[in-house]
Ligand binder design. Structure first.
Ligand SMILES: Nc1nc2c(ncn2[C@@H]2O[C@H](COP(=O)(O)OP(=O)(O)OP(=O)(O)O)[C@@H](O)[C@H]2O)c(=O)[nH]1
Ligand SMILES: [Mg+2]
Length: 279
């Protein structure tokens, strides 16, 4: 059904499955096949760009359950979270959590243990798989849910690629290898916003910074001004001018005193992906 590109076939780093040199999509398909419930990890600040409809279709094709997990919920307001959750709920179950602050993980657990007890009854243990774009917090979520550092409890017999399972409560197992959705599937701006790639390696990184400024202007202009300690006076809200202001404020200057835009761009992107800059 899928035709992985050469890039996708490069392999899957950091997972026991990697040894078998599976492509990204093969790993994802395997997770969907093996598990009963798939958690699609989204960045709560921008769920729309962290969703992947191809995976959602795959989950549907295999008649598995999908749950959207809006992670990094600590970085935006509850009102915004609720708004987004309402939209996503139209498609599948959705919870928001913070994997680093242990925030509302209990709601996810309740959902898993309550709503899927029927699956568990039918198949013994409920098997949970995790997928998502790089940097959305898949590994953090596994660790937060299991409260362990990827303790491997069993090697399921019959799985040729040696999938490792982590015990999750008495009645469930979490697959220890999250499925990384290849970033090449997304446009450059989305990759940059998600922090899926180092800003230094993003061509035209200023477009990502422009987008962050645009989001800030729309969502919370005050927070944007406060974080960068600037007053935005440009009548057109031109992001180029705002970035220049930020560069000057931070004393990022090139020879001759001109603002060092590249440096400011990297700083803006890192502040956003690192979660310090919040709207
Ligand atoms: N603020 C905040 N940061 C988080 C949260 N979850 C993860 N992070 C941070 O996001 C970054 C990526 O987290 P990982 O768990 O490594 O993400 P991943 O999806 O496994 O990333 P890859 O393995 O690269 O695909 C790390 O710096 C985490 O500390 C969260 O709920 N809130
Ligand atoms: Mg990871």
């Amino acid at each position: 059904m899928y035709h992985p590109t050469t890039r996708q076939q490069e392999g899957f780093k950091g997972s026991p499955i990697a040894r078998d040199i599976l492509g990204y999509w093969e790993v994802i398909e395997k997770i969907v096949k093996e598990c009963d419930v798939i958690l699609e990890v989204l960045d709560a600040r921008m769920p729309e760009i962290s969703r992947n409809e191809q995976i959602e279709k795959l989950v549907k094709d295999y008649s598995k359950e999908l749950i959207f997990v809006m992670n990094k919920a600590d970085l935006i307001s509850r009102m915004e979270l609720e708004k987004r959750r309402k939209e996503l709920r139209k498609i599948a179950d959705c919870v928001y959590v913070s994997s680093t602050n242990d925030y509302d993980l209990r709601k996810l657990k309740a959902l898993l243990f309550k709503d899927f007890s029927e699956i568990k009854n039918r198949f013994g243990k409920l098997k949970i798989g995790i997928v998502g774009y790089p940097n959305t917090g898949k590994s953090s979520l596994i660790n937060a849910l299991t409260k362990r550092k990827s303790a491997k409890v069993s090697k399921r017999a019959g799985t040729t690629h040696g999938v490792q399972w982590i015990k999750f409560g008495e009645n469930a197992l979490i697959m220890d290898s999250p499925g990384v959705i290849p970033i090449g599937e997304r446009d450059i701006i989305s990759e940059g916003l998600l922090g899926a790639k180092d800003p230094e390696r993003i061509p035209n990184a200023e477009l990502v910074a422009f987008k962050i400024i645009e989001i800030g202007l729309k969502r919370n202009r005050n927070a944007l001004e406060k974080f960068f300690d600037i007053n935005i006076n440009d009548p057109d809200n031109d992001p180029q001018i705002i970035i220049e202001q930020i560069a000057i404020k931070r004393n990022y200057l090139k020879k001759g005193g001109l603002p060092d835009i590249n440096r400011a761009v990297i700083y803006i992107i890192r502040s956003w992906t690192g979660g310090e800059l919040r709207f």
